[in-house]
Design a protein around this ligand. Structure first.
Ligand code: PA5
Length: 444
């Protein structure tokens, strides 16, 4: 389902780069498989596609069905790892224009991923008088953005349906036992789903975190998990045939060769939020201790008309990883035009996917010649099964990559700094001393 083509990066790295990485990859493989490396408490996702809680999985499907029956809108409240995976999969498989489509499943609105009042007000405006349900997602239960948003939507829901009615429409995905969201959900009687202790936010899309909103949008989550399980078997085998090894070794070799930026590019606009998910996965896993590739993303061919100039001729600091779907889901032939005023009749009858493929190949050749190595991740088709496989592939390669780089791929100590400053500036109890120091720095 997933193949990695490294032939267009090979000229930029030593010939034996894969063999040179085998020892480090072998060690990383053992650490992941045996949960024995740094951050091993957070490697529950490694065997998750087979070892998931089947009882909860059935409850997720039942809850998704209930949401579909009760509501024409679902508000998903969460940020970071509690947001991007669900949005990525839903946009990829159901379309970024999903809400505008005719369908029997509910519209979906994401909230709690910003502190913008305008954005929050807009979600309220878009919901309008639709019947809605809420899925609040927070592993810690204390993250400011979703906590504020949830307070808001909870109030809205209770005003519309009463406390009893709201209880039937609010679903909380959080820690099994700890945290204020868990306590609140228990006190209010909401149905709860679990973010497993041993799965960090950015590796959690295949838990209830991603699965409930994804299932509510009508995606076949059995197929998603089956694809991930199949890729899990592939990745469990050590060696040069393992696509995650190929990707991790190539990234590491390119980094050592001086490339500091990895651009994830796709030629499907619906992939935009999967790229956002990927950026969080790799950015939070590798960007620490003054190290790590900077993960960026582009949407081709649109960005060839903007970022394309820089990629072709700007600083030579990046390489591209192109996600390429092999078989399009739909066909559309270029029409024949009698007048041929635009001179495009030479393409008449050709499928648009053929044109897109030539754009991909032409771009690849141009960028490689311009000094931008290209890795291609081939995905059979944009289906739930392949998406599950792709998610697992990227997660596994990320775990390997972090270990090969020499960092703990499962912590995110840097994320705390802004939070502490923000709490202090907001006047949160316990942060008084820090507040004074920060106000002085800001000259207030
Ligand atoms: O990957 C991570 O750990 C983070 O991005 C978190 O997912 C994010 O900060 C949200 O955290 P929480 O789910 O605790 O609200």
């Amino acid at each position: 389902m997933i193949q990695v083509n490294t032939s267009n990066m090979a000229a930029f790295v030593p010939e034996n780069y894969l063999a040179a990485h085998e020892t480090a990859l072998g060690q990383a493989q053992t650490w992941l498989q045996e949960a024995s490396g740094a951050g091993s408490d957070f490697t529950g996702w490694v065997h998750l596609p087979q070892d998931y809680d089947k009882e909860e999985f059935a409850r997720i499907k039942a809850a998704a069905k209930k949401i579909q029956e009760q509501s024409t809108a679902l508000v998903v409240v969460g940020i970071g790892g509690s947001y991007l995976g669900a949005r990525g999969v839903i946009e990829a498989l159901c379309s970024p224009n999903y809400n505008q489509k005719k369908k029997t499943t509910p519209n979906i609105y994401f909230a709690g991923n910003t502190l913008s009042a305008d954005a929050l007000n807009e979600v309220v405006e878009l919901i309008g008088d639709q019947d809605f349900s809420i899925n609040v997602i927070s592993k810690s239960g204390t993250t400011t953005e979703p906590a504020i948003s949830f307070r808001f939507f909870k109030e809205l829901c209770e005003k519309k349906y009463g406390k009893e009615g709201a209880r039937e429409r609010i679903y909380a995905t959080t820690d099994r036992a700890r945290g204020v969201l868990k306590s609140l959900a228990d006190a209010e009687g909401y149905e709860t789903f679990v973010v497993p202790d041993d799965v960090g936010g950015r590796y959690s899309v295949l838990t209830a975190v991603g699965l409930l909103p994804i299932a509510a949008c009508g995606v076949d989550i059995d197929a998603l998990m089956a694809g991930a399980a199949s890729m899990m078997e592939t990745c469990a085998k050590p060696g040069a045939d393992n696509p995650a090894w190929q990707y991790a070794a190539a990234r590491s070799a390119l980094y050592q060769a001086g490339k500091k930026v990895e651009i994830l590019a796709a030629y499907e606009p619906s992939f935009r939020f999967m790229a956002e998910w990927w950026k969080q996965l790799y950015g939070e896993s590798e960007g620490k201790e003054g190290k790590g590739l900077f993960p960026a993303s582009c949407e081709f061919t649109a960005d060839l008309h903007s970022m394309g100039q820089y990629i072709q001729q700007g600083e030579r600091l990046m390489f591209e990883t192109v996600v390429r779907f092999e078989k399009p889901l739909t066909a559309m032939a270029v029409p024949y035009d009698d007048g041929d005023g635009d001179g495009l009749n030479f393409l008449a009858g050709k499928d648009l996917s053929f044109v897109n493929e030539q754009a991909m190949d032409g771009t690849l050749l141009a960028h490689v010649e311009g000094g931008v190595p290209n890795l291609v991740v081939k995905v059979e088709q944009n289906t739930a099964r392949c998406m599950g496989a792709l998610i697992y592939f990227f997660e596994y390669a990320c775990g390997l990559s972090g270990y090969v780089l020499g960092v703990n791929p499962f912590d995110q100590p840097g994320v705390e700094s802004y939070k502490k400053n923000m709490f202090a500036l907001l006047g949160k109890p316990g942060y008084e001393d820090m507040r004074e120091a920060l106000l002085a720095k800001l000259g207030r």
